[in-house]
Design a binder for this molecule. Structure first.
Ligand SMILES: C[S@@+](CC[C@H](N)C(=O)[O-])C[C@H]1O[C@@H](n2cnc3c(N)ncnc32)[C@H](O)[C@@H]1O
Length: 271
């Protein structure tokens, strides 16, 4: 793995991300890879791979004859991705790079997938142009990105709590997570040289662990949550987590778990 720039994330962030996003990400990884039409022997890039959720599942699907690469611009996320890679499939080759400067030759990949990354790219058009460059003719691109926040009640409740506790700039930064619309993504894919760019909303009902603890830990994975702790102290973060849980309490099962819809935009295109 190449050297990556220093992480903007605090120590322990990748581990918390891996643990507390896993239940939410799992069904979307399956949908993403399904949309990418992976097959045994395929060569796949997981763009903005983070801790490697999609790369690991892709490796299982392409089998021993396939090859999987993961690229991200955050050194700490990549370090955990390396550590969690089970090495029972083809080796996953992780690299540190920005999405708009990928370290691969033209037409390398049968498929490029990107789960919850495109909304963070500072230059989406440049990043998708790079994705198109490294995808072989006829190869597939698939991405998921959260749809409007109102379609994911957990995130909506969390945002209400954040909004009450941090400055407007932090709220605006937080809303970046939900900022990439289907229309914007479709246009950028077309401009980048992909064909047949289509999007659809994909919803899964996801059962979260008992909310009393989960909400606090999930907030800790977010810069806005860490801002609450930095500004008001750790107890305020716990109270904020409890406030999220309270907003969703009427949906909780007797054991404290809660099943909620989460909706992402799933985009696909062909090179
Ligand atoms: C929400 S995480 C998603 C990670 C992973 N794809 C997943 O499914 O869990 C967003 C990831 O995008 C990465 N990222 C943000 N901007 C990037 C860029 N310009 N180039 C490469 N990676 C980027 C971050 O480092 C982070 O790991």
């Amino acid at each position: 793995m190449a050297d990556a720039p220093g992480s903007p994330f605090e120590p322990g962030f990748p581990e918390r991300y891996e643990q507390y996003f896993a239940p939410i990400m799992a069904p979307f990884v399956a949908a993403l890879l399904d949309a990418a039409d992976l097959y045994p022997g395929a060569t796949v890039l997981d763009l903005a791979c983070g801790t490697g959720f999609a790369a690991r599942t892709a490796a299982a699907q392409v089998g021993p004859a396939g090859r999987v690469f993961g690229v991200d611009n955050n050194a700490d996320m990549l370090k955990l991705a390396e550590a969690r890679h089970p090495r029972m499939y083809p080796d996953i080759e992780f690299a540190a790079a920005a999405a708009d400067r990928l370290p691969y030759p033209d037409a390398t990949f049968d498929a490029v997938v990107c789960q919850q990354g495109v909304q963070f790219f500072p230059d989406l058009d440049a990043a998708l142009t790079e994705a198109a460059r490294v995808t072989r003719p006829g190869g597939r691109f698939a991405a998921t990105v959260w749809a409007d926040i109102s379609l994911s009640p957990y995130f909506a409740a969390e945002e209400e709590v954040i909004r009450d506790r941090v400055d407007p700039d932090t709220v605006a930064d937080h809303l970046t997570i939900f900022s990439c619309t289907a229309d914007r993504l479709t246009a950028a894919l077309r401009d980048a040289g992909f064909d047949d760019a289509t999007t659809r909303e994909t919803t899964f009902g996801i059962t979260l662990p008992p909310l009393a603890e989960f909400t606090v830990h999930h907030l800790q994975t977010l810069p806005a949550g860490r801002r609450i702790a930095d500004t008001h102290g750790a107890e305020a973060l716990t109270a904020a987590g409890q406030a999220v849980a309270a907003r969703l309490a009427d949906r909780a099962a007797p054991d404290g778990t809660v099943t909620l819809p989460f909706t992402a935009t799933l985009a696909t295109a062909v090179r």
